[in-house]
Write a protein that binds this ligand. Structure first.
Ligand SMILES: Nc1ncnc2c1ncn2[C@@H]1O[C@H](COP(=O)(O)OP(=O)(O)OP(=O)(O)O)[C@@H](O)[C@H]1O
Length: 778
């Protein structure tokens, strides 16, 4: 059978025929459609976005232009004010401690980031010198044969403190230092006969090729201590093989100001000329390398070999960059007033001796220097940063608007020459102008004056043609003018080190001088505190407005984080360095008796406490007393005078206390008798009869505790065998103990009497403690 073939009706459904499209294909088509729709909407979107962006860019551009315009219109002053107020707002949120920490961190970071005093070549080649420079100098035999104890005795005699390995011996006479005869003669003709303490230890150290950190007070002869070794080293080199053009320098002395460099250069030239004068020794050539002068003027020096360069950092770096000279032969680098380190980036690989000298040297710089130098010797005459004791320091409160007028009055304290310091250049000009108007022969010097003006000011003042020099900080470091009688600090510098340098322009090389400082509301409190401590340390009078300033850090002392006595660490005592009852110098009528700071301090019942800094300063001071026996005796006299005053006060106090105690006891007995009599008379049950008594007396147990404490103190005081050497203190102690014993069995004292009694004993203990240590050390 035949199966019919399928019939397809092609015509019928032709129109409505929809060919089959697989699902996958359909989905793809749909997706394509959707995505094409999407693209077009994306296109629309992106156009929109682009427009937005353009708009935004335009707005930004406009804003930028507006800001630029505003920036141009704004003065620097406004910007500075803004930055300042922003910083002030930030600062106000910080505590004093945080601020101090920040400053410390900044200093440390600055120091850390500086390279050590090694040359580029040394650093690149990894060369590290570990031994000091070798020199041919040796002290005479009799000095070499001295024992270490003898050396130490000599140092003690001159109050020199040394630190370091294998320290060269001190030498008491210039002749024994093997200094050439012509120089010795020249020094003698200028009344430089015997070395000062910094010289008698510093020069042998430098002659031996050792690195040195030399610290000694202002005007104590540091310049000679570092110039002489360089002259000797140059002489030796020149005598070995004469220098020719392009050779040298042998050494360099870096100074912080042009004026100081000039002065040091003059000294070097004079000493070198004295050396060459009789033809026995060659002429050594020196170059002054400072800003503000044309180096071509010194082309004659460049034409010969160069031995010594005295420079300020900026010009020196400039000269090195221009390769006017190199450090290929440089063996000696000295930084005068080295309380700021600089990095010169030497490019040679010479071994070199480094010397740092200053009257003030922050501990951090000392530490850094010790790390950077090779087996350095620290020669310390007096505490770094301490004021020269030959300067009488007077601090006066003068209102800002009254300063100028008072200045005239102040100038009459001494005859000329007088230096007036101000921190502000405009103020320097104003003061000079005012003085000139008043007929005072005054010159002025500050950083904005031309080199010619600066030179004129210095020379006319030095020669005595002008009586007064008004100066900004520029002239404060190192400048040595003849016999300045009086330094007036018109505006107190912020840094106490600067103050030390400024007052140090007077009282030089053993002479005495006066420094008057104006302070007022504008002086920052921290500066005033530093000043107060410095005055205390130097045994000077502290005016009332300074003595009442509280040290915020003192709270730390009270909280026990700082020990009381810097010598023995007795934490039970606050260490009132001195209650200032003495007047080492009488300064006429500048202060009336009624507002004497001394009384104010003494009246205060709370012991004076000191900041860590001061405690350290005191410790340093006790460890490193002053230089010469004369200075020592001045210091001793001041301190002893104060202690005597303190003891007098104590005695007076004690007598009053005793009298008051007796009166209190009498009153007590009387009250008791009256009460008892009243009780007997009334025979009533009233218990309020003795209320007046019980109200005024302290609980017996507590009182006994107080008395026990007093007794323990007195016993401790008396059992201190060494204190028996001080009969005054001892007698006082005995008197108080007696008073205690007398009242021991009748512990019904008024609370206020006990408090007074305790305070007297405390003060007695402080005084005896103080005297004990001072006597041990001074
Ligand atoms: N051995 C000495 N005997 C007497 N006078 C000296 C002696 N040495 C230096 N002098 C004189 O002492 C004065 C001060 O010296 P110098 O300028 O070197 O002091 P300084 O310690 O560098 O002071 P400053 O810290 O202020 O720079 C100078 O006039 C100097 O001539």
């Amino acid at each position: 059978m035949h199966t019919p073939s399928p019939v397809y009706n092609l015509d019928e459904d032709d129109e409505s025929y929809v060919p089959y499209i697989p699902v996958v294909q359909r989905r793809q088509e749909k997706l394509a459609k959707l995505s094409s729709l999407g693209v077009s909407s994306d296109k629309n979107n992106s156009r929109k976005v682009q427009e937005d962006l353009d708009e935004r860019e335009d707005a930004q551009r406009e804003e930028e232009a507006r800001r630029e315009k505003a920036r141009k219109e704004r003065t620097l002053l406004l910007e500075a004010q803004e930055v300042h107020s922003k910083k002030a707002a930030e600062d106000s949120k910080k505590t004093a401690g945080e601020k101090a920490q920040e400053i410390d961190a900044e200093i440390l970071e600055a120091i850390r980031s500086r390279r050590k005093l090694a040359s580029d070549m040394e650093l690149a080649q990894g060369i590290q010198y570990t031994e000091p420079l070798k020199t041919s100098w040796r002290p005479p035999r009799y000095i070499r044969e001295r024992t270490a104890e003898q050396d130490q005795k000599l140092r003690e005699k001159y109050h020199i403190v040394v630190e370091g390995e294998d320290i060269p011996r001190p030498i008491e006479h210039f002749q024994d230092m093997k200094i050439p005869g012509p120089i010795l003669e020249y020094l003698r003709s200028n009344r430089i006969i015997n070395p000062t303490p910094i010289q008698l230890q510093g020069i042998p150290v430098a002659f031996s090729g050792r690195d040195i950190i030399g610290i000694a007070f202002t005007g104590s002869g540091k310049t000679l201590a570092f110039c002489l070794p360089l002259i000797m080293m140059s002489l030796e080199e020149e005598m070995k093989l004469p220098f020719i053009r392009g050779e040298g320098p042998v050494g360099i002395i870096l100074c912080p100001s042009r004026e100081l460099a000039n002065q040091t250069y003059d000294n070097v030239v004079t000493w070198c000329s004295a050396l060459a004068k009789d033809g026995k020794y060659p002429q050594l050539n020196s170059l002054l390398c400072i800003g503000g002068i044309s180096m071509n003027e010194q082309s004659h020096v460049f034409n010969k070999g160069l031995h010594i360069v005295v420079a300020t950092p900026g010009r020196l770096i400039d000269m090195l960059e221009k390769k006017r000279f190199t450090f290929n032969n440089c063996k000696y680098l000295c930084m005068d007033e080295a309380d700021r380190m600089i990095d010169l980036g030497f490019e040679d690989d010479n071994q070199r001796q480094t010397l740092l000298f200053s009257a003030t040297m922050p501990k951090k710089i000392q530490d850094f220097a010790r790390e950077s130098l090779i087996k350095p010797v620290l020669v310390n005459v007096g505490r770094a940063g301490a004021a020269n004791l030959d300067v009488l320091q007077v601090v006066e409160y003068v209102k800002q608007e009254a300063k100028m007028v008072y200045l005239l009055e102040c100038l009459q304290k001494t005859p000329p020459p007088v230096i007036i310091f101000s921190e502000n250049k405009n103020e320097v000009d104003d003061i000079q102008e005012y003085l000139l108007l008043k007929g005072v022969e005054a010159v002025a010097i500050h950083g904005s004056k031309t080199q010619e003006e600066r030179r004129y000011a210095i020379t006319s003042f030095k020669s005595g043609a002008k009586d007064v020099m008004v100066a900004s900080g520029v002239a404060s470091k190192g400048l040595d003018f003849n016999d300045i009688q009086h330094v007036i600090i018109y505006s107190m510098p912020k840094e106490i080190e600067d103050y030390v340098h400024q007052i140090g322009r007077t009282g030089r090389s053993g002479k005495t001088g006066i420094a008057t400082t104006f302070v007022n509301m504008n002086t920052p409190e921290q500066t005033l505190l530093d000043l107060k401590y410095l005055l205390l340390e130097a045994g000077q009078k502290v005016p009332p407005f300074l003595s009442t300033i509280e040290d915020p850090r003192a709270a730390q002392t009270r909280s026990g984080s700082i020990t009381g006595c810097p010598v023995c660490g007795d934490a039970t005592l606050y260490y009132p360095f001195l209650p200032l009852n003495s007047k080492p110098f009488e300064m006429g009528a500048s202060q009336s008796k009624s507002d004497s700071p001394d009384e104010k301090v003494f009246q205060s019942e709370t012991p004076i406490s000191f900041s860590p800094d001061v405690v350290n300063q005191l410790a340093d001071r006790l460890d490193t007393p002053e230089t010469t026996p004369e200075r020592q005796s001045i210091l001793d006299a001041h301190i002893r005078a104060r202690i005597r005053d303190e003891l007098e006060h104590l005695k007076r106090d004690e007598a009053t206390v005793r009298q008051e105690i007796e009166q209190a006891l009498e009153k007590e007995n009387l009250d008791r008798e009256t009460t008892m009599a009243g009780e007997t008379l009334t025979s009533s049950s009233e218990e309020g009869g003795s209320e007046s008594t019980t109200g005024s007396v302290k609980n017996s147990a507590a009182l006994l505790g107080d008395l026990e404490e007093i007794r323990a103190k007195i016993e401790r005081h008396q059992s201190n065998k060494k204190s028996t050497e001080y009969p005054e203190v001892e007698a006082n102690g005995a008197a108080v103990a007696d008073c205690y014993r007398k009242n021991k069995d009748q512990p019904l004292l008024c609370v206020s009497e006990v408090t007074k009694f305790k305070a007297a004993v405390d003060r007695l203990e402080q005084a005896s403690h103080l005297q004990f240590h001072l006597d041990c050390y001074f």
